[in-house]
Design a protein around this ligand. Structure first.
Ligand SMILES: *Cc1c(COP(=O)(O)O)cnc(C)c1O
Length: 408
């Protein structure tokens, strides 16, 4: 029987159908509530989460915080750029990875991406470096590690701290090492739609004691808890995770290995199924890299598939498969924050401090980014998909391509 004849309701990571929240999380939250201690400054859950996350990654320090955006903010604040200093980053990422740079008075300078992976590379980063570069932030997009060997070498050679945004890349490894541990700081998100979740939440990791100290303080209004003469040492916020989220996170962390294994296994199935679909490219994963599939992203060649990603997305909707053509629609620098410099009142701070070249957002400077966004179709992915669901997705893509090519 044609698998497409009967519509399938796919599990969603926005509700219980696609999340693995259950008895363990409920028990942990109940315990937190019964304890009467909901702040991490006094409770046990967030501390346990931090210890276990650090141990899992084999790093000296991990701190929980309020969100993935807060995690990036902690990383940038730890680097402590001067106003107008530059941080090289990617135009294909979540705004939560960019806004913190501006909040710290620094200028995001965009490196182009490799259209095969949508990730920045050593070559594109090198082209964006200047005298004023204070840090590099890479995003391992969709869970696929950046080409870190060259990027780590470049950062070391230029003595520029490297931050890895791993919000989409729990469990991903590069040459056998966890992403988030290859640079100076790794950041993670526990937002509703990530590999594991507390609704909102984040984590930072580092081996560097001084950066760890600054990130800890930044999460805690820079108050020196436990110091002989504590003070508020510098400008910082309350970015703490509550014990309620900490309790959920401790339970979720126990499930992470299974989540990652399942996502990889299911992705392998779809990759196999799509391997002979003309005009559709499956995710490129570099040798010795492990992609953990936050999303499954295909590339569509519009010369072979008329109407390209837009056409496929439209036809997939008829199968109740809701995809994101172009992922973020446009490069991040095309958003009003950057185009209209909407930051602090009318000041246009910190853009007013920038070199003109750092604000050159002409699209012809970003051919890889433009090409990538034109051709990608992001398929919702989670570990609650069944084998049959995956087969359904694969068949629906195959059928949509056939329709667009006039073969059906
Ligand atoms: C989700 C995400 C963030 C922001 O995390 P929040 O928890 O939503 O603040 C940052 N960077 C990337 C790459 C993300 O996917």
């Amino acid at each position: 029987m044609d698998i497409l004849l009967q519509k399938v309701a796919l599990p969603s990571d926005q509700d219980a159908s696609g999340r693995n929240l259950g008895a363990e999380e409920i028990a942990a939250v109940a315990e937190a509530i019964r304890s009467g201690t909901l702040t991490s400054t006094k409770g046990r859950f967030v501390k346990t989460l931090e210890e276990r996350f650090a141990a899992r990654l084999g790093v000296k320090h991990a701190f929980a915080c309020a969100s993935g955006s807060a995690a990036v903010h902690c990383a940038v604040a730890a680097i402590d750029p001067e106003p107008g200093d530059e941080i090289v980053t990617t135009p294909i990422t979540d705004m939560g990875a960019l806004a913190p740079i501006l909040y710290q008075g620094a200028i995001p300078v965009f490196a182009d991406v490799d259209p095969r992976t949508c990730n920045v590379t050593a070559a594109t980063i090198a082209a964006a470096l200047s005298e004023r570069t204070k840090a590099i932030i890479v995003t391992h997009l969709f869970g696929n590690p950046c080409a870190m060997e060259e990027i780590v070498a470049l950062a070391a050679e230029r003595n520029i701290p490297l931050i890895e945004d791993c919000a989409q890349a729990f469990g991903a490894t590069h040459h056998g090492r966890h992403v988030g541990t290859l640079g100076r700081i790794g950041t993670f998100s526990l937002q509703q739609g990530k590999h594991i979740t507390t609704g909102e939440g984040g984590l930072v990791v580092t081996d560097d004691d001084a950066l760890a100290r600054r990130m800890y303080l930044f999460i805690n209004k820079a108050w020196g808890y436990g110091d002989p003469k504590p003070d508020h040492y510098f400008l910082a916020l309350n970015y703490r995770m509550s014990e309620l989220c900490g309790a959920v996170a401790v339970a979720q962390l126990e499930k992470l290995d299974a989540v990652v294994a399942r996502r990889i296994e299911l992705a392998g199935r779809l990759t196999e199924q799509l391997s002979d679909v003309l005009g559709v490219s499956v995710p490129y994963v570099a040798p010795r890299a492990v992609h953990t599939y936050w999303k499954y992203c295909i590339r569509v060649n519009p010369a072979i598939v008329p109407e390209g990603v837009g056409g496929i997305a439209r036809l997939l909707r008829e199968y109740d498969i809701f995809t994101a053509p172009r992922y973020i629609q446009k490069p991040a620098f095309m958003c009003e924050i950057f185009q209209k410099r909407r930051t602090f009142g009318k000041s246009e701070f910190p853009f007013v401090l920038a070199r003109p070249e750092a604000l050159d957002y002409r699209l012809e400077r970003f051919p890889g980014t433009v090409e990538a966004l034109e051709h990608i179709l992001v398929i919702p992915w989670n570990d609650r998909l069944s084998e049959r669901d995956v087969q359904y997705i694969g068949e629906a893509i195959r059928a949509s391509v056939a329709v667009l090519r006039g073969e059906r």
